[in-house]
Design a protein around this ligand. Structure first.
Ligand code: LLP
Length: 440
C-alpha cells in the first residue's frame, strides 16, 4: 500500500500536491508519507499478533528523525548498526532498551556508548567481537546483553550485494559452530546471553527462504533456550516490496513495463504464515528487523527534467536534477524505480524508450534505461517512486552536490523534516592548509 496517487491529473502524496511542494522547496526533494509508514508498521504488527514479538525497525533504511519519531510513537523497537544510528533513535524519542545493535565491525567506542545507553542486545557476528564486548563491559562493570548472529546458509535470491544468509558471506557464525560459541560466551563473566539472531538478505519476495531459514534455526534456538535461558529469537529483516507500483488514477496503468503479475509481492500475511507456525512453539520472544518494508513505498524522490537530448544514434536521454548521489540504488544494484510524471499524462499519450539520467559525471548515473515513458518536457517534474528506503540514507555529496531536502506529509499537512544543504554546508569543517596555518 502507498499513498501517492493522481488526483485531478496531479500527483499527490496523501492530500498534498507534489508540484506545489516542489515549487516551494525545490528539487531534488524526498517526500515521505506518514500514513504509509504507520500502515505498514500496523499491518506487520497485526499479522504477528499470535506471537510475543517486537518489531525492531532497521534504521539504515531511512534514519530521518521524523521517521524514527513516527515509529517510536507506534512503540517500535530499532535495529541499529552504528553509534550514530543509536544517537538518532534516542534523539527521536526511541528507547535504547528496545534497540538491537547489528553489524560486523562495531568499534570499542560504539560498544561503550551502546552499553552506557542500555541497549536490548548486541547482535554479535564473531568470536573476536564477543571478546571485545566482554572486555569493554568488564571495564564498565556491566554485563553486556548479547545474541549471536547465526548464518543459516539459505539462498534468499536477489542481488548478490544484498544477499547475506549464505555461508560465503561475511555475516554471522555458521549454524554448526553456534553451540561452541555459546558455550564459550557462557563462560565470559561480562556477557549475558539473551538471544539468537539471523538475517538472510533483503528484498526477498517469496516466503520460501524465510520458512527454510526459520526451520533450520528454530531447533538450535530451542536448545539455546534450554541450555542458556535465551529469551529471544530475531528473524531479521528482508521482507521485499513492490517496486513496480500501481499508482491509482482510475485508468489503465500505462506506465507499467512488465505485466502486472510480474510484480513481486509477498504479503505480510503470507510472510507470517510461513514463519509463525515454526516460531510459536519455541516460547521465545520473536524480534523482526524490517527496514525496506516499513518505508520503501512510503517515499518518492521528486526531480525536475533539466534537458532532453538525443544521441547521434537516436537514443533519447531525459536529464534530471537528481543524481546517483541522491539515489544510488539503480547504479549499485540495478534497482528498479518507477519514473512517473507529476502531471498525469493523457491515457493515450504515446510512449517512447528513454534513459533517465542524472548530472553526475559517471555513466552509472542513471535511474532508468530504455524505459517506455510518455513525452516529458524540459522543466517538468518527475517522481522516482518507492525511494523511501535506502534512498536518502545512502546519499552522498559526490560531485559536491548538496544533500536534498526531506518532507514528511500527513493528510494535507507537509513539513520539512530536513533542510536542503547549502553550499556552505558542503565545506563546513574544512580548511585549506593556509587557513589551518593562520588558525595556529
Ligand atoms: N537486519 C540486518 C542485520 C540487516 O543487515 C538489514 C539490511 C536489515 C535487517 C533490514 O533489511 P530490509 O528489511 O530492509 O531488507 N541498500 C540495499 C539494501 C541493503 C540491506 C542491508 N541490510 C538496497 O537498497 O537494496
Amino acid at each position: 500500500m502507498h499513498s501517492f496517487h493522481y488526483y485531478e491529473g496531479r500527483l499527490r502524496g496523501e492530500g498534498v500536491d507534489l508540484a506545489e511542494l516542489a515549487a516551494v522547496h525545490g528539487t531534488p526533494l524526498y517526500v515521505y508519507s506518514t500514513q504509509t509508514i504507520t500502515d505498514h508498521y500496523r499491518r506487520l504488527d497485526a499479522a504477528l499478533a499470535g506471537l510475543d514479538h517486537l518489531i525492531c525497525y532497521a534504521v539504515k533504511a531511512n534514519s530521518n528523525l521524523a521517521v524514527l519519531d513516527l515509529l517510536a510513537r507506534e512503540r517500535s523497537g530499532f535495529d541499529i548498526v552504528s553509534a550514530g544510528e543509536l544517537f538518532r533513535v534516542i534523539h527521536a524519542g526511541g528507547k535504547p532498551e528496545c534497540c538491537t545493535f547489528a553489524g560486523v565491525g562495531k568499534t570499542r567506542d560504539e560498544i561503550e556508548y551502546a552499553l552506557r545507553q542500555g541497549i536490548l542486545s548486541f547482535n554479535v557476528e564473531s568470536e573476536a567481537e564477543l571478546e571485545l564486548i566482554n572486555t569493554v563491559a568488564g571495564e564498565l562493570n556491566r554485563r553486556a546483553p548479547v545474541a549471536l548472529r547465526v548464518n543459516p546458509d539459505v539462498d534468499a535470491g536477489g542481488h548478490k550485494y544484498i544477499s547475506t544468509g549464505k555461508s560465503e558471506n561475511k555475516f554471522g557464525v555458521g549454524l554448526d559452530r553456534a553451540r561452541e560459541v555459546y558455550a564459550a560466551a557462557a563462560k565470559m563473566p561480562h556477557i549475558r546471553l539473551r538471544g539468537v539472531q539471523m538475517h538472510i538478505g533483503s528484498q526477498i519476495t517469496e516466503a520460501g527462504p524465510f520458512a527454510r531459514a526459520v526451520a533450520k534455526v528454530a531447533p538450535v534456538a530451542a536448545e539455546l533456550k534450554r541450555d542458556y535461558g535465551i529469551e529471544f529469537f530475531s528473524v531479521g529483516g528482508g521482507l521485499g516490496i513492490v517496486y513496480q507500483s500501481s499508482l491509482q488514477s482510475g485508468q489503465e496503468a500505462w506506465w507499467r513495463q512488465e505485466p502486472a503479475e510480474a510484480a513481486p509481492s509477498l504479503t505480510v500475511e503470507q510472510y507470517a504464515d510461513a514463519i509463525v507456525p515454526a516460531l510459536q512453539p519455541l516460547g521465545l520472544r520473536i524480534l523482526l528487523e524490517p527496514g525496506r518494508f516499513m518505508v520503501g513505498n512510503a517515499g518518492v524522490l521528486l526531480s525536475t527534467v533539466q534537458y532532453l537530448k538525443t544521441s547521434d544514434h537516436g537514443k533519447r536521454f531525459v536529464i534530471v536534477d537528481a543524481g546517483m548521489n541522491d539515489l544510488i540504488r539503480p547504479a549499485l544494484y540495478q534497482g528498479y524505480h518507477e519514473v512517473v510524471p507529476v502531471r498525469e499524462p493523457a491515457p493515450d499519450a504515446p510512449r517512447a524508450a528513454a534513459d533517465v539520467v542524472g548530472p553526475v559525471c559517471e555513466s552509472g548515473d542513471f535511474f532508468a534505461q530504455a524505459r517506455e515513458l510518455p513525452p516529458l518536457r524540459q522543466g517538468e517534474l518527475v517522481a522516482l517512486m518507492s525511494a523511501g528506503a535506502y534512498g536518502f540514507t545512502m546519499a552522498s555529496n559526490y560531485n559536491s552536490r548538496p544533500l536534498a531536502a526531506e518532507v514528511l506529509v500527513s493528510g494535507s499537512d507537509a513539513r520539512v523534516v530536513r533542510e536542503r544543504q547549502t553550499l556552505n554546508d558542503l565545506i563546513r569543517g574544512e580548511r585549506t592548509a593556509r587557513d589551518a596555518e593562520a588558525a595556529v
